[in-house]
Design a binder for this molecule. Structure first.
Ligand SMILES: [Zn+2]
Length: 212
């Protein structure tokens, strides 16, 4: 049995999935929060960093945490271009709030380059994280970015990164590189049924039908 610990980093979250002995860090937060995230990793004996995707607010601290704790970084290969530049995959929005978030994000993308790293582990759909002592599987959730992934834990919890968002209210991702992929990923999340959803932004909710 695992527990999910939320580390609130401003308007974003990272999480530690813990089995009581060791843990996996999911996303790394913005640089303003690095000390808080590293302290939490030590508390839960974190052995691996998983990035749901490589936008700076999730990946900015990856290199430093990996170096400090000497633990590997895992992510999907299709987001490696984002480590070079967060603008390498275009983003769009359809709602008014989405456009506001998009304009703020684009400003940050151009002024906050991610400290460079190369992922040690490349993750794909259905990959198991049991080697790290956690009963969890990777779910491919493209759309917000090409390489977006989620993590299903204990058939109970779903960590979805930015494949869904709860910044203002729980919704499909307000920002997307590919809208039809994003909607398909939201349908995929719904198909898991009774799960607790952990967002990259906002408080957890119960799973539901995300797309009409
Ligand atoms: Zn994102």
């Amino acid at each position: 049995m695992s527990e999910i610990h939320r580390i609130k980093c401003g308007n974003g979250n990272c999480y530690i999935i813990s089995n009581g002995k060791n843990g996996i860090l999911v996303d790394t937060g913005k640089r303003e929060f690095i000390n808080q995230v590293i302290e939490a990793c030590k508390l839960y004996n974190v052995q691996l960093i998983v990035l749901t995707h490589a936008h700076f607010d999730h990946a900015e601290n990856a290199a430093q945490i990996s170096n400090t704790l000497r633990i590997p970084i895992a992510m999907n290969e299709k987001d490696c271009s984002l480590i070079e530049s967060n603008t390498s995959q275009s983003l769009s929005a359809t709602t008014i709030l989405g456009r506001v978030v998009l304009s703020v994000s684009l400003k940050d993308f151009s002024t906050r380059p991610i400290p460079k790293f190369r992922p040690d582990v490349l993750l794909n759909d259905c990959d198991s994280l049991s080697d790290y002592g956690i009963d969890a599987r990777i779910i491919s959730l493209p759309g917000h970015t090409n390489g977006s992934i989620g993590i299903e834990v204990d058939n109970k919890f779903l960590l979805v990164g930015d494949a869904l968002m709860n910044m203002f209210y729980p919704t499909v991702s307000m920002l997307f590189h590919n809208r039809s992929d994003m909607l398909e990923s939201a349908r995929k999340i719904s198909s898991y049924g009774n799960r607790t959803i952990y967002f990259g932004h906002g408080k957890l909710v119960s799973n539901k039908k995300w797309v009409k």
